[in-house]
Design a protein around this ligand. Structure first.
Ligand code: AHR
Length: 677
C-alpha cells in the first residue's frame, strides 16, 4: 500500500507521488530561517578520489545478534551446553522442559562420557522408565518459536541408543529400535506437524525431517519424545526455517539479513568489539572454534553474558559477506584481553604469555590461509570442505579492539604485525586507537600506528549529537601521509540513548564530513547493528527485532540512504553565509559508474533552511533530471516506535534542477539530491 504520510508533516496526508507534485522542488513552509545559505559545489571539477568502500556494517554478537538473532536456528540451547558460567540460573537443561504423555514416566540426565565430538562435551540422556505414552523434551526457542503454516522447517537431532529396557539389566532386546517422534505443537497443544524416527545402535547418527505446520503459530513449541522403555543419548536438537537468506543451510534469518543487505554495505566488520579480546586472557574469540561441522564447534560464553553456539561462525560470516558483496573485515585480538576484564575497570588487561604468542600468531596466519588459500592448502581445504573451494578474498584484518595502549599491548601487536607484514603484505592490517575520540589511548594509539607505518587505524566514539555537529572538521586536518582512518564504531547518543531523529541527523552530518574526507577516512561503520528486544545489553542500536519483526530506526534510514547514494569522488563543497552555530552540513560526491552527482544536505535545526545551490562548472541553461529523497519527522525527538507506522522514513520524488537554483530544506531533515548528468 502506498504510504500516505508526507515528508512535510504540515501538508495534509496525500499519496507520495501527489506530495511530490505539490511540493515540487521546494518545501512549502513559513518557518524559513534568515537569509539563504549558499551551497557551492565544484561540479565541473574532477573532485577528489574517495574510498568507494566508505560505508559498511559492524556486526557484533551483542544483544543476541547472532544466536536468537541473525542465525536462523529456532531451538535455544540445542546442544545442552548452557552453563552457570554464562548466567547463574542457567544449566544444561535451560529452555528445555520434560514432557510426558499417557502412562509413561521418565527423566532427563546429562551425559559427557561419549560426546558427539570432544568440542561439544555434553548431551542429554533421555530415559523412559515406564512405557505407555511418551517421554520427551520441549523447547520454546528464543522467547518464541514462530512458525508459518505451509512453510517447511528442517528439524534434526543427533542420537544413539544407550540401552533398551532397564539400566544395568538385559531385560530387553537391544536390537529393538527406539521409536521417536518430533513434533511442532501450537500454543494450545495441538500438533501442527510431526515426524517419526527409529533410533538404533550405539553410533551417533544425525536424523532429519522436514516439518510443515498445518497452520501458523507465533508461539509454537518443539517436542522430541521417545516411546519405549530405554534410554537415548541426544544432542544438537535443531530446527531451521527452510526459507533462510539465499536458502542456505545452517543459514541466516531472511528478514534480518535482507535489512542488512539493503544498507548496501561495502564491508562487514565482525565478530566484535569487546567480544573479540574477551573477558580474560585466554577467553578471546578463537575463529578455529567456529568453523567445520556445527556439531564439532566449541560453544562459548559470550562476554556480553549469554551463550554463543558458534553456529554462526567464520564460514557463515564470510559467506554472508560474499552474498551481499561486502568485503569481510574480521577482527582478532592483539594478544591481550580487555582492560576491563575480571571486573577490574581499566586494570584488567593481561597479555598472552610471550611463549604462547608464536602459536597465536600461527592461528592468525591460518585464518588468512583459510580465507584466501587454495583448496589444496591445509586450511583452504577446511573452507572447501564447507562448500567454498574458491577463496573469499580477505584483504582487511583488524588487530585489537579499543585496547589500552600499554607496553604489553604494543609488544604483542608488534609481534603479530611484523609477521603479517612479512608473510602477507597484501593484507591491510588495521590497528586501534582505544575507545575514545581523544585522550591518552587515542594519542598513543596514533603515535604507535605512525611508528609502525600502519595502513589504517580504527577509531571509536559514542558521543552526544551536538559533539558530532561541533566536530565536522575533525578529519579536515588529518595527515594524509599517515595511516588512514577506519571509523569502526560510532553513534550519536542522545538523552536516554534513544534512536531519535536528532541522533540520526547528527550521524548524517558526520557522514557528510566523512565523504568530504573520504580520501583519508576509508571505512566507517555505525555501532551496534542489531538488538533483540528483551535481550539488549547496549542502546541505541541500528536495527531492533523480535522473533517475527524487524524495526528500522531513524539511524538505519540515514545509513541506508548514504549506502544507496555513495560515490567515489568528492566534489569541493562550501557553505557560505551559514549563521554561527547553525546545524547545517553538506557534501557532494560523484558516482563514476552512473555519472550522477549526489548532493546531501543535513539540516539539524528547528527551522527550514533557505538555500541557494550553485553547481559551478555546469553549463548555464541546462536542466537535469534529479531524484530528491527527504528524511525527516515530526520533531527532533521523533523515534520510530516498534509496531507503529514509522514516523521517520525517506520519501522520494523526481524533479529537475539547473546549475543555479534556490530551494528550502525542511527543519530536522536529510535531503539527498541525486542529479543525473
Ligand atoms: O559497540 C558496542 C561496544 O562498544 C563494542 O563491543 C566495543 O568495541 C565498544 O566499547
Amino acid at each position: 500500500m502506498c504510504p500516505v504520510r508526507s515528508h512535510a508533516p504540515w501538508l495534509p496526508a496525500l499519496p507520495v507521488s501527489l506530495v511530490a507534485f505539490v511540493v515540487g522542488f521546494s518545501f512549502a513552509s513559513a518557518r524559513v530561517a534568515g537569509a539563504p545559505v549558499t551551497i557551492q559545489v565544484d561540479a565541473g571539477g574532477p573532485g577528489r578520489a574517495i574510498s568507494p568502500e566508505l560505508l559498511g556494517v559492524f556486526f557484533e554478537d551483542l544483544n543476541y545478534a547472532a544466536d536468537g538473532g541473525l542465525y536462523a536456528e529456532l531451538i535455544q540451547n540445542r546442544s545442552f551446553e548452557y552453563s552457570a558460567t554464562e548466567q547463574t540460573a542457567w544449566g544444561p537443561f535451560s529452555f528445555w522442559d520434560l514432557v510426558k504423555t499417557g502412562e509413561a514416566d521418565g527423566a532427563l540426565g546429562l551425559g559427557d562420557s561419549r560426546p558427539v565430538h570432544v568440542n561439544n562435551p555434553h548431551y542429554l540422556l533421555l530415559t523412559v522408565l515406564k512405557a505407555g505414552g511418551s517421554v520427551g523434551i520441549a523447547n520454546r526457542g528464543f522467547d518464541q518459536i514462530p512458525v508459518e503454516g505451509g512453510q517447511a522447517y528442517e528439524a534434526s537431532f543427533w542420537a544413539y541408543q544407550a540401552y533398551m529396557g532397564r539400566k544395568w539389566t538385559n531385560d530387553a532386546d537391544q536390537n529393538q529400535p527406539m521409536p521417536v517422534t518430533v513434533r511442532l505443537e501450537a500454543k494450545d497443544g495441538t500438533t501442527l506437524a510431526e515426524a517419526r524416527f527409529e533410533v538404533v545402535g550405539r553410533t551417533w547418527t544425525q536424523h532429519r525431517a522436514t516439518l510443515v505446520p498445518s497452520r501458523s503459530d507465533s508461539e509454537a513449541r518443539f517436542v522430541l519424545a521417545a516411546h519405549e522403555r530405554g534410554e537415548l543419548a541426544i544432542d544438537m536438537v535443531s530446527m531451521f526455517p527452510r526459507d533462510t537468506f539465499q536458502g542456505r543451510a545452517n543459514g541466516l534469518r531472511r528478514d534480518l539479513a535482507e535489512a542488512i543487505a539493503d544498507l548496501r554495505p561495502k564491508f562487514m566488520r565482525f565478530p566484535g568489539g569487546c567480544l573479540v579480546h574477551g573477558p580474560g586472557v585466554r577467553h578471546y574469540y578463537d575463529w578455529k572454534n567456529t568453523v567445520g561441522p556445527v556439531e564439532q564447534r566449541r560453544a562459548a560464553r559470550n562476554s556480553w553474558g549469554y551463550h554463543q553456539t558458534m553456529g554462526l561462525g567464520y564460514f557463515e560470516y564470510f559467506q554472508f559477506c560474499a552474498d551481499i558483496g561486502a568485503a569481510p573485515l574480521p577482527v582478532v585480538t592483539a594478544g591481550v584481553c580487555c582492560q576491563h576484564a575480571g571486573h577490574t575497570p581499566g586494570r584488567g588487561q593481561e597479555g598472552l604469555p610471550l611463549a604462547e604468542m608464536p602459536a597465536y600468531i600461527q592461528d592468525v596466519l591460518d585464518l588468512i590461509e583459510w580465507a584466501n588459500g587454495p583448496a589444496t592448502s591445509r586450511w583452504g581445504a577446511v573452507r572447501a570442505a564447507a562448500g567454498r573451494p574458491e577463496p573469499f578474498g580477505l584483504k582487511y584484518l583488524g588487530v585489537g579492539n579499543e585496547d589500552a595502549i600499554t607496553p604489553e599491548f604494543k609488544e604483542r601487536f608488534r609481534m603479530i604485525f611484523d609477521v603479517l607484514k612479512q608473510k602477507h603484505p597484501e593484507i591491510v592490517v588495521i590497528g586501534t586507537s582505544g575507545p575514545f575520540a581523544s585522550g591518552e589511548d587515542y594519542d598513543n594509539g596514533w603515535t604507535f600506528a605512525r611508528e609502525l607505518n600502519l595502513a589504517m587505524v580504527d577509531e571509536h566514539y559514542y558521543l552526544p549529537p551536538q559533539w558530532f555537529w561541533d566536530n565536522l572538521a575533525r578529519y579536515d586536518g588529518y595527515d594524509r601521509a599517515g595511516p588512514a582512518v577506519y571509523l569502526g564504531e560510532y553513534a550519536a547518543h542522545d538523552e536516554g540513548r534513544r534512536n531519535t531523529l536528532r541522533s540520526a541527523l547528527a550521524e548524517a552530518a558526520c557522514l557528510t564530513s566523512l565523504e568530504r574526507n573520504g580520501d583519508t577516512v576509508r571505512l566507517a561503520s555505525y555501532a551496534p547493528l542489531l538488538a533483540r528486544r528483551g535481550h539488549t545489553q547496549w542502546h541505541p542500536d541500528m536495527i531492533y527485532f523480535t522473533g517475527t519483526a524487524v524495526y528500522r530506526t531513524a539511524n538505519y534510514q540515514v545509513q541506508r540512504l548514504f549506502g544507496h547514494h555513495g560515490g567515489d569522488r568528492a566534489l569541493a563543497t562550501t557553505l557560505a553565509g551559514r549563521p554561527a552555530g547553525a546545524r547545517l552540513a553538506a557534501s557532494a560526491v560523484v558516482d563514476s559508474v552512473s555519472g550522477d552527482l549526489i548532493l546531501k544536505i543535513v539540516n539539524g535545526d528547528a527551522a527550514d533552511a533557505a538555500l541557494a545551490i550553485r553547481l559551478a562548472g555546469l553549463a548555464d541553461g541546462t536542466t537535469f533530471r534529479a531524484e530528491r529523497v527527504v528524511l525527516t519527522g515530526p520533531s527532533a525527538d521523533a523515534v520510530n516506535e516498534d509496531g507503529q507506522p514509522p514516523v521517520v522514513q525517506p520519501v522520494s520524488a523526481t524533479t529537475s534542477v539547473s546549475p543555479a537554483f534556490d530551494t528550502t530544506v525542511p527543519a530536522h531533515s536529510l535531503t539527498i539530491l541525486r542529479i543525473h548528468r
